[in-house]
Ligand binder design. Structure first.
Ligand SMILES: Nc1nc2c(ncn2[C@@H]2O[C@H](COP(=O)(O)OP(=O)(O)O)[C@@H](O)[C@H]2O)c(=O)[nH]1
Ligand SMILES: [Mg+2]
Length: 396
């Protein structure tokens, strides 16, 4: 589901470790070459193969990020002839991604502190990945800045840098996702209202054309039924051809009543009738379908305002397509100018979605994501679960 984004994040994390390994290889080569040269030129150097051992004596812990190693080596170890050329060689390695300071800290101790340039390289790559995967700019920026601070203040086991960096990414991601966590899942909200005798609970589904409003409404009815909650459909999409038949089809498959008007009828009055029917038949919920409307169509947005006034839905859910990327946040913002929205369902996560908007949508809109739609079947509805998203995105 989040496969492509997971792969990219994994590659970004992998690159920090790969470059470290490459560098270790480069320095080993350098050590051998320079050790040999030093042997030829300076007979007084006894332990030529011990270039690394010589390095080990350097007091790197106190070294500041941008301090040049050559200077420090000169000051601290003038008697180590094999070290200087070795470090010079390492400094010239333009391909190296990890900074010298990170590498040296890694070589000399089991604990590694990432150098600033490595953190910048890694977070730049991650930032690009997130933006390309539809995470919003605002969320990405916030996340990356916070991650940078965490990486700067963290030390990693030199053999487990990947795991350490993954953990940092996981914990930062968790902060973003937990902010968007619904206070209560939809089922609990409805059960709470029913327990309090507030019956029927009416839920209206709205959003642009073809996002999956009717299908999602049917999935919710199916979920309610499985939990002992009865529903009535209000076929209030009286605009799109075959919409009433589609709602009726779902109703008969799930085994529940549907209240319909004729095409062109006032959708608000159909919803009103459905609520009256539910009251008369002691139904627990009324699920109100609506016609799709683009966020740019002011007439249709005004019509939804009327729906709200007449039907007075208890819960309003925006149904958006995850494939629409960052546009959803803008669409929701437009809808919010006309009507209150309680939560979002993000459909078609199984399709070609990059998945990033699942991370940032709540952050940007301030609304919880109640569910993801993950297919066309009635059961293909997944509750928003930050741990699941993190596990799907970041390698352990
Ligand atoms: N793959 C996939 N298809 C979906 C999902 N939700 C809805 N659809 C399909 O999207 C199309 C439009 O759905 P529909 O409910 O008619 O959208 P509406 O116009 O917003 O009511 C239909 O073919 C649905 O089967 C989903 O989560 N995954
Ligand atoms: Mg529909």
């Amino acid at each position: 589901m989040f496969d492509s984004l997971r792969k990219k994040i994994s590659n970004a994390i992998g690159s920090i470790v790969k470059s470290e390994r490459e560098e270790e290889g480069a320095s080993a080569e350098g050590a051998a070459a320079y050790a040999q040269k030093a042997e030829e030129e300076r007979t007084e150097v006894v332990e030529t193969a011990g270039a690394e051992k010589e390095e080990e004596k350097l007091p790197v812990e106190e070294r500041k990020e941008n301090e040049t190693v050559t200077e420090t080596a000169k000051e601290e170890k003038p008697e180590s002839p094999a070290v200087e050329p070795l470090i010079e060689k390492a400094k010239k390695e333009e391909k190296m991604k990890l900074s010298l300071s990170t590498r040296l800290k890694g070589v000399f101790s089991k604990e590694v502190k990432l150098g600033e340039s490595d953190i910048d390289n890694f977070t730049d790559e991650l930032m690009l990945t997130l933006l390309q995967s539809d995470v919003s700019y605002e969320t990405t920026d916030k996340f990356i800045n916070s991650l940078k601070e965490t990486l700067k203040s963290s030390t990693f086991e030199s053999r487990n840098i990947r795991e350490g960096v993954s953990d940092c990414v996981r914990s930062e991601l968790s902060k973003v996702l937990k902010e968007g966590m619904p206070k209560e899942q939809l089922l609990h909200i409805v059960k709470g209202r029913l327990d309090a005798g507030m019956k029927p609970v009416s839920i209206m589904f709205l959003g642009p054309n073809g996002t999956g409003k009717t299908t999602t409404m049917a999935k919710i009815a199916y979920m309610f039924k499985k939990n002992g909650i009865s529903s009535v459909f209000s076929a209030s999409d009286t605009f799109r051809a075959a919409a009433i038949e589609q709602t009726s089809f779902h109703a008969s498959k799930i085994g529940m009543p549907v209240i319909k008007g004729s095409y062109g009828a006032d959708p608000a009055s159909v919803a009103f009738d459905a609520i009256e029917y539910a009251k008369a038949h002691s139904s627990d919920t009324v699920l109100i379908d609506t016609a799709g409307r683009q966020e740019t169509n002011k007439n249709l947005l005004n019509e939804i305002k009327k729906m709200e006034r007449v039907a007075k839905p208890d819960i309003t859910i925006y149904v958006g397509e995850s494939t629409a990327g960052n546009r959803i946040a803008e669409q929701v913002a437009e809808f919010l100018k006309y009507i209150k929205i309680d939560g979002i369902i993000l459909t078609k996560l199984d399709c070609d979605a990059k998945g990033g908007n699942a991370i940032s949508l709540s952050d940007v809109t301030g609304l919880p994501i109640f569910f993801f739609g993950t297919g066309e079947g009635y059961e293909e509805l997944m509750e928003f679960n930050p741990s699941f998203i993190i596990d799907s995105l970041v390698p352990n």
